[in-house]
Structures are given as C-alpha cells and as structure tokens.
Design a binder for this molecule. Structure first.
Ligand SMILES: [Mg+2]
Length: 262
C-alpha cells in the first residue's frame, strides 16, 4: 500500500512508538459537533445546497474530495471573507462533542495518544481547539492536517498536504506508519464524512459518527464498500467501547460485530 504514497508538502509529527493503543480522529464533525468547513461554506460561501451536492459527488466518485473541497473554500474567500475573520466566526460557533474532554482525559491517563487527522486547515483547528479544550491540552494533541495559503491581496486558499492525491490529504498516510512498526499498536479511528474515506479501511476499530442532520457520508461509504464500523453518537458512548477493548474484555472483532452502540 505504501508504494503509492503521495509526497507530503507538510511535515508529520513523530510516530508514537512503543504504545499499545493509538487513537486517530477526524476533527470536523467528529470531535466537533459541526464541521467548520461546512459551516463556512454554508454561511459565508456558496451555500448548503451546492455544498451537499459536492459532498454527494465526492461520495459517488464524480469529483475528487480535493477538487470539490477546494471549490467550497474558495467560495468563502471569493465572497470577501478574510481568513482571520473566518477564525473569529468559527471560534464563536463551533462546539466540542459533549463526551470528548472526558474521552481525551481517560486516554491521556492511560498512555494512549490522541492524534487529530483532518482535511481542515491547521491554524483554524489550533484556534478552535485551544478555545474548546484549553491551551495546555491543545498543545499536547498532534494535528496532521492541511494548511492555508494567504495571498498578498488577503484572499486565501487551502494548501493541501498531498496535492497529487485526489484526497488532498490522504489520511491513510497518518495511519500506515503505525502498521509498519515492529510491534504495532492497536489503532482506533473516528470519523464522520467524505474526508475520512482514505482512512476508513486502515484502522483496527473504526468508529463512524451518526449525524443528527442526516449527513452520514462515511457510514454510506463504509456500507457500500463492506468496511466494518461501529456507529456512535458521541464520545461518551465510544469511551465505554474503547475501554472494553483496552482492558481486554472484548476483542476488536466483538465490538465491530455489534456495529452500533445502543
Ligand atoms: Mg469530518
């Protein structure tokens, strides 16, 4: 799989070696309740209808995530919204999954790294994360994401980590180095949308967030491709499942067979 690895334009944080378990999670719509890029596109860019059509075109394979997502964000910048203004708006409007703080605290206390793997832009994620979990925890959490290019005329565009990949950021490249370790950890991945398609099949235990707004794109993708996953509504539910695997009470196969947390 790694022979087709796209070249990365951005650095990676060091791989956490000698861990028994590692959590990798999407940011937008998974750790947060609302996707910040969707929020910007819907409210400041070309609007929800066109954005949803773009998501569904990605899901059906008509457009790459990279190209459709680039267009969505360009619609925000071309409507005159500067990047700093977008950060301010998102800090005021984006909220954390109600169970994430507790989940993160438990992982930290049990020597389980939590890594954010996102198709969003690092400066936005850092600003919103520090606002939601506090500066100290925000500094401890690795973020592997895309970045932003601010142009001399103050317009901006997304800078993709993997510009040669149709995913823009191929999230499998954050997971596969763990698989290559001599004694690989068990990998939990959490996601919700089309930006997670590149990661879905590479985790040992995949959690897919059920969205109250019905935008269950990752669940649709996994179902279409026969990728086993566990549907969850928030991290407080997921914590019990992760604990049962970490404590050895259940195997990944057992929790994946259940398919859903009731
Ligand atoms: Mg997401």
């Amino acid at each position: 799989m790694t022979e087709h690895a796209p070249e990365s334009t951005l650095p990676y944080p060091p791989v956490h070696k000698d861990k028994k378990f590692v959590v990798l999670s999407d940011w937008d719509g998974t750790i947060t309740t609302c996707d910040s890029n969707d929020y910007m596109t819907d409210n400041l860019g070309f609007g929800k209808e066109k954005r949803r059509a773009g998501n569904l075109d990605i899901l059906s394979g008509k457009y790459t995530f990279r190209d459709a997502f680039h267009e969505m964000l360009d619609s925000v910048s071309s409507n005159g919204h500067k990047f700093d203004e977008c950060i301010d708006i998102l800090r005021k409007n984006i909220e954390l999954d109600p169970g994430f703080k507790e989940f993160y605290k438990w992982c930290k206390g049990n020597d389980i790294p939590v890594i954010i793997v996102s198709s969003g832009m690092t400066p936005i994620i850092r600003a919103v994360l520090s606002n939601l979990v506090g500066e100290d925890d925000a500094k401890d959490i690795d973020i592997i994401s895309n970045d932003v290019d601010i142009h001399p005329d103050s317009t901006w565009s997304i800078k993709f980590r993997h510009p040669t990949s149709g995913y823009g950021h191929d999230k499998s490249q954050a997971i596969l180095p763990y698989r290559d370790l001599p004694d690989p950890p068990m990998l939990f991945f959490f996601g919700d949308g089309v930006s997670d398609m590149s990661a879905a099949k590479h985790a040992d235990v995949l959690f897919v967030k059920e969205k109250p707004n019905g935008e269950n794109d990752l669940a649709a993708y996994c179902t279409a491709h026969g990728i086993r996953h566990i549907l969850f509504r928030d991290f407080s539910q997921a914590l019990g499942v992760v604990q049962s695997v970490v404590k050895g009470e259940k195997t990944p196969d057992e929790v994946l067979s259940a398919g859903r947390i009731e």
